[in-house]
Design a protein around this ligand. Structure first.
Ligand SMILES: [Zn+2]
Length: 343
């Protein structure tokens, strides 16, 4: 069986991706990059479109046609931003094709009836699937690819939420459910370990070929469990993405900030918080000055004391709300000053 997928080595908390100028990523970092953002959706849309446009789609399924179809799928996934995500997608799809092409006809028939039942439950799966034509076969493989992808994303999100200590009750319950399912080792597609001997340096080298999104998540979390690296959730309220860090005091991620995509959260957000604090204290000062003026007036005009007390209490009640409006941008500074002056 042909093995295709993301090939990497793992040593001392570092993944090194092969065939891609050998880039290295601290444990967990690849997960955060692959499973967040648009990359996987873009890839899956490309694959879906390519299946629809496949020139062999109406041909009868033969071993030769499957060879041709595999080359076609690999070629459609050559162009994407992020090489490791692309390799995982290719691996997941080709693994399904390789597993299915090797089935005897009785197993294929029973598998197909199970797959047809599944398409009845999920409207996002193709239902015209089978072993008759190349098109039917590719759609069957796509269904399995997309289920593998969803399983991977679900496990990544639930585990990250729980391990970062930020899980909601639902996320915790979902995590418990997924972990219970993982106890059955047939659920997670196997990862291939390739061993080679480096005669010059006299050492053995191990590399892994990962051909499933779910396996990738399990692979990474199993290493993270025994490393000092932690998974954290970005405290920028508009981001909330997961990231990895060695310091448990890290607060913000190193991905583009949703409020300002040209800058990273860990650079942009602390500055934003600082500026807001400065602005808030400036607003507090203006409110204090306005009250001070009213106290002075009350001292000079005893006859108007009850009227001024009323104005002062209005100011105390409404000022925090107006201040909030300035900070969230629904009121300008000039309007705020005018509102204060009207008292
Ligand atoms: Zn962030």
């Amino acid at each position: 069986m042909r093995v295709n997928g993301l090939t990497l080595t793992y040593e001392g908390g570092i993944n090194t991706v092969m065939g891609y100028t050998d880039s290295s990523y601290p444990v967990g970092d690849l997960l955060c990059r692959i499973f967040q953002g648009e990359t996987l959706y873009d890839i899956s849309r490309i694959v879906r479109n390519c299946i629809g446009m496949c020139p062999m789609r109406d041909n009868q399924l033969t071993q030769d046609e499957i060879e041709e179809a595999e080359r076609y799928i690999l070629a459609t996934l050559l162009y994407n931003d992020f090489f490791p995500a692309q390799r995982l997608a290719q691996g997941s799809f080709i693994r399904c094709m390789e597993e299915y092409r090797a089935l005897d006809s009785a197993t294929a028939t029973s598998l197909l009836s199970q797959e047809r039942q599944r398409t009845a439950n999920f409207d996002w799966l193709f239902d015209d699937i089978g072993f008759g034509t190349v098109g039917e076969f590719l759609r069957l493989c796509y269904n399995n690819y997309i289920i593998d992808l969803r399983n991977g994303i679900d496990l990544f999100s639930a585990t990250s939420a729980v391990w970062s200590g930020t899980a909601t009750e639902e996320e915790q319950a979902f995590y418990d459910e997924l972990c219970a399912a993982l106890y059955d080792n047939s659920v997670v597609p196997g990862t291939v370990m390739q061993t080679s001997y480096d005669a010059i340096n006299g050492i053995f080298e191990y590399r892994f070929v990962i051909s499933s999104f779910l396996s990738m998540v399990v692979f990474e979390f199993s290493h993270m469990a025994e490393s000092a690296t932690k998974i954290m959730r970005c405290q920028n309220p508009e981001c909330r993405r997961f990231f990895t860090a060695r310091r448990s005091s890290a607060k913000y991620c190193g991905f583009p900030a949703p409020q300002c995509p040209g800058r990273m959260c860990n650079d942009y957000y602390p500055q934003l918080v600082y500026r807001e604090r400065v602005r808030a204290s400036e607003l507090d000062r203006l409110i204090k000055n306005a009250k001070g003026r009213l106290y002075n007036t009350r001292r000079r005009h005893h006859d108007q004391a009850s009227n001024i007390n009323k104005i002062l209490s209005d100011l105390t009640i409404y000022a925090p709300n107006k201040k909030g409006q300035v900070l969230d941008g629904t009121m300008t500074m000039t309007e705020f000053r005018e509102w204060l002056d009207s008292h």
